[in-house]
Design a protein around this ligand. Structure first.
Ligand SMILES: [Zn+2]
Length: 326
């Protein structure tokens, strides 16, 4: 402001208006505070970036390949969260090791469990805890809009002046997600019915299976914290052989050890199984890439699953942007 006044005083009348406009721009730039948001998973961070646009600065605690079931907060995470204007986490017992900390933090500052915006009657039950639900709701692009709307509402609550921007950005993002859901319906319907079996490292794909009519078999349960027993591997080897399943999938955030054991087990019985692709289960791809966005992540999964199981989908996906060309 001091600079503005100095500039103003040196201007003659003809140039005064331009100087005044510059001053206003500088003043409004300084006044528009950026909302600092910390999100636990990369999927929630993406929703906050899509909806928040330039008004928010978003930090994700968990990067590519990080498993939220076993993640524990670091000292720098705690600093980032306590200094943020808003903390977004998933809830539904996804971040099992963070839950206690988050509930405590929520007593002191705005903390919202956006995954819990998915209505109870659309949730799937948890396999190991009564009264808890399967948290992997992002796998169904028909459910994720509930979370995007919860992110929009949380941003609006924290920054009412941005309400219109958040509403418009959310609407545009939701349209993109609806397009993705339609793409999924179309290409996954091309997978022959008897091949709609999805075998993965852990049970992250039950919402996906429900949405698109796939049977889902995970080696580990809903949480990666549960150990897969030898018996479970044997059961799945039997299923692969008897149902002639040709491809299984590894996950970006889970070790592929069990999947390899499955393939070897099937081979020992004379049945060849291929690795269909690496799927993004509980974390997105690298920041700055298409797969490092929610839409890119799910596009990758849908496209890879359809192609590996005998369906028809363009190798570069819905928008021609998939780098891997699955
Ligand atoms: Zn998971």
């Amino acid at each position: 402001m001091f600079l503005c006044i100095a500039t103003w005083s040196r201007r003659i009348a003809g140039a005064a208006f331009a100087a005044a406009v510059l001053c206003l721009v500088a003043a409004s730039g300084a006044a528009a505070q950026t909302l600092t948001v910390v999100a636990t998973t990369s999927m929630i961070a993406d929703a906050a970036r899509q909806v928040g646009g330039d008004r928010v600065a978003v930090t994700a605690l968990m990067g590519p390949g990080v498993d939220p079931h076993s993640y524990r907060q670091t000292r720098s995470d705690i600093v980032a969260m306590t200094q943020a204007d808003l903390v977004l986490w998933h809830g539904l017992y996804l971040e099992a090791q963070l839950e206690e900390f988050m509930l405590e933090l929520a007593r002191r500052m705005p903390v919202v469990a956006v995954g819990e915006a998915v209505p109870v009657d659309r949730r799937l039950a948890h396999d190991s805890y009564e009264n808890r639900y399967d948290p992997h709701v992002w796998m169904d692009p028909n459910l994720w809009p509930h979370v995007v709307e919860a992110v929009r509402d949380a941003l609006t609550e924290a920054d009412a002046a941005g309400a219109e921007v958040y509403a418009a950005n959310a609407e545009a993002h939701l349209a993109g997600i609806a397009e993705l859901a339609d793409y999924g319906r179309e290409v996954l319907a091309s997978v022959p019915e008897d091949r709609r079996v999805l075998v993965t490292a852990h049970d992250a794909f039950r919402y996906f299976g429900r949405a698109y009519g796939f049977e889902v078999l995970g080696i580990q349960g809903i949480s990666t914290e549960s150990e897969a027993g030898l018996r479970r591997i044997e059961e799945l080897v039997d299923a692969l052989v008897s149902r002639d399943v040709g491809a299984v999938f590894i996950e970006s955030s889970v070790s592929d050890r069990n999947i390899r054991a499955l393939i070897e087990g099937a081979e020992a019985e004379g049945h060849q199984v291929a690795v269909g692709a690496e799927l993004f289960s509980d974390a997105m791809g690298e920041p700055g890439t298409y797969e490092g966005t929610y839409i890119g992540m799910i596009d990758h999964n849908i496209t890879a699953i359809a192609r590996a199981l005998g369906g028809t989908a363009p190798a570069d996906g819905l928008h021609g942007r998939l780098a891997s060309g699955t």
